[in-house]
Structure formats: C-alpha cells, structure tokens
Design a protein around this ligand. Structure first.
Ligand SMILES: *Cc1c(COP(=O)(O)O)cnc(C)c1O
Length: 495
C-alpha cells in the first residue's frame, strides 16, 4: 500500500507520515495536520458489515496509519478497545423512532473522549519506537473536566510516557475532581491550580512555548507532547464508530445497504462532527450533518451566515464540555471546503487572531450546504431530557439532550424523516443534577454523590463501576500549586 502523508492546513512546508504527525501534534506553522487525500473504502462490501468493532477499526485506521504494520495496528486496537469498555460492542446504538443514539460513553471515564484517548497513547508509543525517539514523552494537559480524566486513564501505565494534568481548583465538578485525584498508575500526576480554567490552560501554554525549558527537559531525556483534540491521532479513531453504527442499523434492518442517513453531533471543538464528515468523504452515505450547540452558539451562527465571530459573551451552561468559543478543529473543515487552499486558511486564521472574526467566500458556503447549525438553551435541554424519558423511557446526559433538541427542531422545520445517528457523548451519571431535574426530581438538598445513587434508582440504570463509591476511594493526588509554579512542578515529578 502506498504511504499516506499529512500536511499542515496552513502551508506545504511539511509532509509527514502518520507516526510523525502523531508525535509532533501540531504543525510548525501553527496549522493542523490533515491527510493529503482522504482514503476511500467500499461501503457496499457486505463483509465489512459483519466485522467486530476492533476488526473494523483495524480496516479504517490502516487506511490512515499506512506506516504501521498490521501487527502494530492490531496491537494498538486491541490494547484500546477491550474489557475496559463495559459493552462488548464498544459503541452500542439505542434507537428511539427515527433517532438512533450511538452510545460513546461505555469507556473508563464515561465520556466519548475515551473512544480516542484509549488508543492515542498506543499510537504515540508505537510511533515513538518506530521513529527511534530516545526520550520519554511527557504529556501535559490542562483540563476543564472530561479531557484530563480520559487522558489519565488512556496513558496510565503506558511505558515511556509520563502524564501531568492540571485542573482548576475552582472549575470542575465534585465528581470530575474525584475522578482525577483518585487516578491510579505510576506515571500519572495530577495537580490543582489555584484559579480558573484559563489560568491552568495559560500556564500549560507557557511551558509549551518555552524553548529553553524544553531544551533542558530534552537533556534530561524528555520531550513534551499533547493529547488534545488537534492531534490527528485523536481524530481518526472517531471515524470508526460512525461506520460501525451505520452497519449496525443495516444489520438491525432499519436501513438498507446504501441508504442515506443524517448525523447529529453535540459540538464543542468540532472534532467529533469532523470525523463524521471524514467518514462521508471515505464513502459513508450521509445526507445531512446537524451541528448542535448550546447557548455558546458561535457555530450555529457560522453555519447560518458563513461568518465566525468571537464578539459574544461566554455563558456557562449545563453542557459544559461544549462551552467553547474557538472550535479548533473547524480549521480542518474550512481547509476541506476551500478545496485544500492553505493560503485561504492562513488568511482566515489571521483574521480570527487579529480581528476576532472571519467570513468565508460564497464558494466555500456552497460546499457546506449539507451542514445545518442549531442550538438549545439550558431550559430546552432539560426539556429534551424529560421528553426522551417520558416518551421512550430513555435517559440521556445534557450534551446528548442538546443534540436531540436541535434534531427535533430540524425535523419540525424540514420534515426530513431520514433515519438519523445522534452521537451520545456522555453517561447521564456524569451530570446527575441536571439529568434528575429533567426526570422531575427535586435535587436541591443532595450532593453529587448522593444524586448518582438517586439517578440509578429513578432511571433504573446500574451505576457504572468507574464512579461507584468514588467518594470513598483513596485520594492519590493532593498537590495544589500556583500557575507560576508549573515549570518546577513538572520538573519535580520527572525527577
Ligand atoms: C468533548 C465533548 C463534546 C464536544 O466534542 P468535540 O469533539 O469537541 O466537538 C461533547 N460532549 C461531551 C460530553 C464532551 O466531553
């Protein structure tokens, strides 16, 4: 098979293999790595529809990681998607009428970030060996909640990698904090930072751009890397579950092979919906994409007007993982709809940086006609949880509820009754307060750990092991620091 290469969205300067792009993370010019061509698969090939999640993953990932041997790929896939997932199907679907939810939250941290962060560490380790990297890799991450825990779980006890996560002491939920400070694994390190998420994020960014510090680390035998969603090694694994779910619908006889579907994704950084778009480029028959936002609806406006405008107020919502102003992965989508024009992307990204706004051309708008943007505020989000529970006896989390609400609006407006896949991105147990509110319970007098028990009874769902009795587990990481101390803290844990 010929080698697939990866280049920056902003220039032609680099051409990298998959391994090189995974270890490097972000291009030198600040752009994101994209494949020079999207590989195709023959979707109508019946034998694909019979594959297990792991076997299908091998087929699809192999089209991108062309410099991995079949054995290396197999090893990565089976190290990631195994009994760590509570459902043998890895990503089961649950159908309510024309809406089929892809449950992406059966991994260790109960959120869809597990789908990619279970395999990224194995990609990284394999790539580093392949490239002859002598240093150990240090993953640094600032987290507002979900990413940090999923990265800790994914990288825990992976040889040759250390992971250091910083969370804001006043910024994460009780359950999220507990999940992190009880993390096991000799190579995991977790610290609270006095301040908010921006303080944590800025502190980490300063380290990433400190060339002298990085040179010192290298002398000690370490290189830095990142696990956030701009890494191409996080994006590609997300294509798999859209393809797998399509075949699951065919096998359930809800679709005939070749029928078109719609896809709805509750969106933050635009990684998950971009993976669905790549699946279509590979050949998956998708008619329309519905990009669902919460009150932070910069993307809704973008799809309606072609203008991306940061001039707006940031609003904390009940779907915090989507509280995002700059959707980094949109850059890869812009690149695709511009006909792979790196000069266009450079100029749009400059506008965003300098003016806080950019507007795309009419041609680019034409190329995104099958994307619909919509949003749901907190009230309609909670209503959607109630409606799904009352109509279908199905309990979803707040992020998935945003998607369902936007989907319902879309169907009302367009009358489009195409069978639809909705990405279900978190377990309801991660957000018990809002979910129970949707189920009509008075939650005011309980703490989050009590609410987990209550939700289990009310929704008749078993409490997933990863958060069972989490308030009684030993605290393994109690360090707190100021953001000015990050450099030293990282040195100390590496010793
Ligand atoms: C990260 C996250 C999202 C947003 O996904 P993107 O790929 O950033 O668009 C949605 N829901 C949940 C629960 C998440 O953790």
């Amino acid at each position: 098979m010929s080698t697939l290469h990866f280049k920056s969205t902003r220039s032609d300067a680099e051409k990298l293999t998959f391994s090189e792009a995974v270890v490097k993370g972000i291009a030198s010019d600040g752009g994101l790595f994209v494949p020079t061509a999207i590989p195709k698969i023959d979707f109508l090939d019946e034998s694909l529809s019979a594959l297990s999640y792991q076997e299908l993953a091998k087929t699809i990932l192999g089209k991108f990681a062309t410099d991995f041997s079949p054995e290396e790929l197999e090893n990565c896939v089976y190290s990631a998607y195994n009994e760590k997932f509570r459902d043998a199907r890895i990503a089961p679907i649950h159908t309510c009428g024309t809406a089929s939810f892809i449950e992406l939250y059966h991994g260790k941290t109960l959120a869809f970030k597990d789908m990619a962060l279970s395999i990224l560490p194995h990609f990284m380790k394999t790539s580093a060996i392949k490239l002859g990297t002598k240093e150990d890799i240090v993953i640094l991450a600032a987290t507002s909640g979900d990413t940090g825990k999923a990265a800790l779980e994914g990288f825990s006890d992976v040889d040759g990698i250390e992971i250091v996560v910083f969370y804001p002491t006043d910024g994460v939920s009780d359950v999220q904090k507990r999940q992190m400070i009880t993390q096991e694994g000799d190579n995991t390190h977790v610290f609270g930072i006095n301040g908010n998420f921006d303080d944590a994020q800025n502190g980490v960014k300063v380290i990433f751009t400190d060339e002298k510090y990085k040179a010192d680390l290298k002398k000690k035998g370490y290189i830095l890397s990142s696990a956030n969603s701009i890494n191409i090694g996080r994006l590609v694994p997300q294509i798999v579950y859209y393809v797998y779910s399509y075949y699951a619908l065919v096998n359930d006889e809800r679709l005939k092979m070749g029928d078109e579907i719609n896809v709805v994704v509750p969106t933050g950084n635009f990684g998950n919906i971009l993976a669905a778009y790549y699946a279509k480029q590979m050949g998956l028959p998708v008619k329309n994409f519905i990009c669902a936002s919460n009150t932070n609806n910069v993307l809704t406006d973008f799809f309606n007007t072609g203008k991306y405008d940061l001039e707006r107020r940031f609003v904390p919502t009940v779907s915090p993982s989507m509280d995002i102003m700059i959707s980094s992965n949109l850059e890869r989508f812009l690149y695709a709809i511009s006909g792979s024009s790196d000069t266009t992307i450079t100029s749009l990204m400059n506008d965003l940086k300098e003016k806080g706004v950019y507007e795309i051309s009419d041609e680019m708008k034409d190329n995104m006609k099958n994307f619909f943007g919509g949003y749901a505020d907190d009230v309609t989000t909670i209503d959607a949880i109630r409606e799904l529970y009352q109509t279908f006896n199905y309990t979803v989390d707040t992020h998935t509820a945003v998607a369902y609400q936007v989907y319902s609006d879309y169907v009302k407006k367009t009358g489009d009754n195409t069978q639809t896949l909705i990405a279900s991105t978190a377990s309801p147990f991660k957000f018990p307060r809002s979910v129970l509110e949707g189920l009509g319970e008075d939650v005011s007098s309980f703490n989050d750990f009590e609410l987990v028990e209550l939700l289990s009874k009310k929704a008749e769902l078993v409490i997933p092991n990863p958060i069972k009795n989490i308030d009684k587990r030993p605290i393994l990481h109690s360090g707190i620091c100021d953001k000015s101390e990050l450099h030293q803290v990282v040195l100390d844990v590496l010793k």
